[in-house]
Ligand binder design. Structure first.
Ligand SMILES: CC(C)[C@H](C(=O)O)[C@@H](O)C(=O)O
Ligand code: SF4
Length: 482
């Protein structure tokens, strides 16, 4: 008797159900890896304290400091320049909680500290077949490895700390198949912005998205993480990509991945983690990679996107009018050519080594436009070290941009790295909500190449000419004498 083929999601779900869902109650799911950071963990630990409970599986819980951490180095007095007492208190509280409850914390003195969604994969903590949760909406990033990974609320963080389990209603499945080759100069960020533009900010609501097709297969792990990271911006519960040789090669030799024979045994099991031929999805969407241009957002949510060569919509739709007004666009305005004040390269979407290389390839031998302030913030200590080994920090500084310490930084502006009211920022992060990068700040989401090109041009511009041409000779000469 042949059984019905299962989707990757179903395989992951079925392998972790402790008690199935009923009409009266959600399913109980076992959680393999619980990541915590300083913003969404204090109340959860306080809840444990109030009930006198220990952390059920401290060895499956890992902490990092990322949201409230300064990206300027320790000052001359040996102090971290926290933006305020609240930020300092969040960090100190997580430290105290991890020490008391026996949870490993990647603290400032760790060579591996980083944005939670950069650090987990980099260490090999993130592995195919796992369930991964974190009190953070961009936990979907880890789905790039074929792990069922999603964000949870603070009270759920408490449940997982106490029980290593989570109550969940079973989501539906959405297959997004992207076939064809991406054009030169078009990358993973353009792809996911385009996808969200097609399906809408609520297009994934209630679903787990599986990204498939030849365009997805040809992406590196870092690019796949960029894609899965933004699943939440389409409303999806999680994003998934089936693991393959690219995944296994990425994980081989990572410090927290299985080693030696255990790794080969794990790979054999991981190879089963794919949707069976003909497995039924609740919905399917097909996208042709050849339709994707360098893409940016023009509005105030990540579904308000357009090709960089296009125009802002001119419709009288209430949401669009409000977004246009906030962003300071005229109806039907050309997107390219708008003056830029700030450029941010960083965040869990685009702060990995390949992202910084992409930005550096544009900045090399060029200078940031005098009206622009540009920040480049590596996603982790590891990314920072790797980038510095290649001289990316020099390229960034020589171009007149700021090279910072790892953290979330201007993505959410909790640490003092903010965009001023009314300023326009081109940002490689994932959310362009009103005020996200500072009160009254305006955000245009873009790829690292686009962001860097906008920094040089001082206005929104297509990155492709910068990727294919050398800097003008005078620009290079100016740098040598600088
Ligand atoms: C602070 C945290 C809870 C939040 C999230 O859940 O995503 C943040 O990381 C974000 O990107 O908005
Ligand atoms: S980098 Fe931005 S999106 Fe990612 S976890 Fe930090 S604040 Fe959230």
């Amino acid at each position: 008797m042949t059984s019905k083929p299962k989707t990757l999601f179903d395989k992951l779900w079925d392998a972790h159900v402790v008690t199935p869902e009923s009409e009266a109650a959600p399913a109980i799911l076992y959680i393999d890896l619980h990541l915590i950071h300083e913003v969404t963990s204090p109340q959860a630990f306080a809840e444990l304290d109030a009930r006198g409970l220990p952390v059920r599986r401290p060895e499956r819980t890992k902490g990092t400091l990322d949201h409230s951490t300064p990206t300027l180095p320790v000052n001359v007095n040996g102090q971290r320049p926290y933006v305020n007492d609240e930020a300092r208190a969040q960090v100190d509280t997580l430290r105290a909680n991890c020490a008391r409850f026996g949870v490993e914390l990647f603290d400032y003195d760790s060579p591996q500290r980083g944005i939670v969604h950069v650090m987990g994969p980099e260490l090999g903590l993130t592995q195919p077949g796992q369930t991964i949760v974190c009190g953070d909406s961009h936990t979907a990033t880890h789905g790039a490895f074929g792990a069922l990974a999603f964000g949870i609320g603070t009270s759920e963080v408490g449940h997982v700390l106490a029980t290593q389990c989570l109550l969940q209603r079973k989501p539906k499945t959405l297959a997004i198949t992207i076939d064809g080759e991406l054009a030169p100069g078009v990358g993973a960020k353009d792809l996911i912005l385009h996808v969200i533009g097609v399906i809408g900010v609520n297009g994934g609501t209630g679903h787990v998205i599986e990204y498939r097709g030849s365009a997805i297969r040809s992406l590196s792990m870092e690019q796949r993480m960029t894609v899965c990271n933004m699943s939440i911006e389409a409303g999806a519960r999680a994003g998934l990509i089936a693991p393959d040789e690219v995944t296994f090669d990425y994980l081989r030799g990572r410090p927290r991945a299985p080693q030696g024979e255990a790794f080969e045994a794990a790979v054999a099991a991981w190879k089963e983690l794919r949707s069976g031929e003909g497995a039924p999805f609740d919905r399917e969407v097909r996208i042709d990679a050849r339709d994707i241009q360098p893409t940016v957002t023009w509005g105030t949510h990540p579904g308000q996107v357009a090709a960089i060569s296009a125009h802002v919509p001119g419709s009288g739709d209430a949401d669009e009018t409000k977004a246009r007004d906030y962003m300071g666009w005229d109806a039907n305005a050309a997107i390219a050519g708008r003056a830029v004040d700030v450029v941010f390269v960083g965040s869990c979407t685009n702060s990995r080594l390949s992202d910084l290389r992409e930005a550096a390839s544009v900045l090399r031998g060029r200078r940031v436009h005098p009206r622009v302030r540009m920040l480049v913030v590596p996603g982790s200590e590891q990314v920072k070290r790797d980038a510095e080994r290649e001289g990316i920090d020099r390229i960034v500084r020589d171009a007149g941009a700021e090279w910072r310490e790892p953290g979330c930084s201007m993505c959410i502006a909790m640490n003092g790295d903010i965009v001023g009211a009314g300023q326009l920022a081109v940002s490689t992060s994932n959310r362009n909500f009103e005020g996200r990068q500072g009160k009254g700040a305006r955000t245009v989401l873009a790829s690292p190449a686009t962001a860097a090109a906008c920094a040089v041009a001082g206005e929104i511009t297509d990155p492709r000419p910068y990727l294919t041409t050398e800097p003008a000779p005078h620009a290079a000469a100016e740098l040598e004498t600088a």
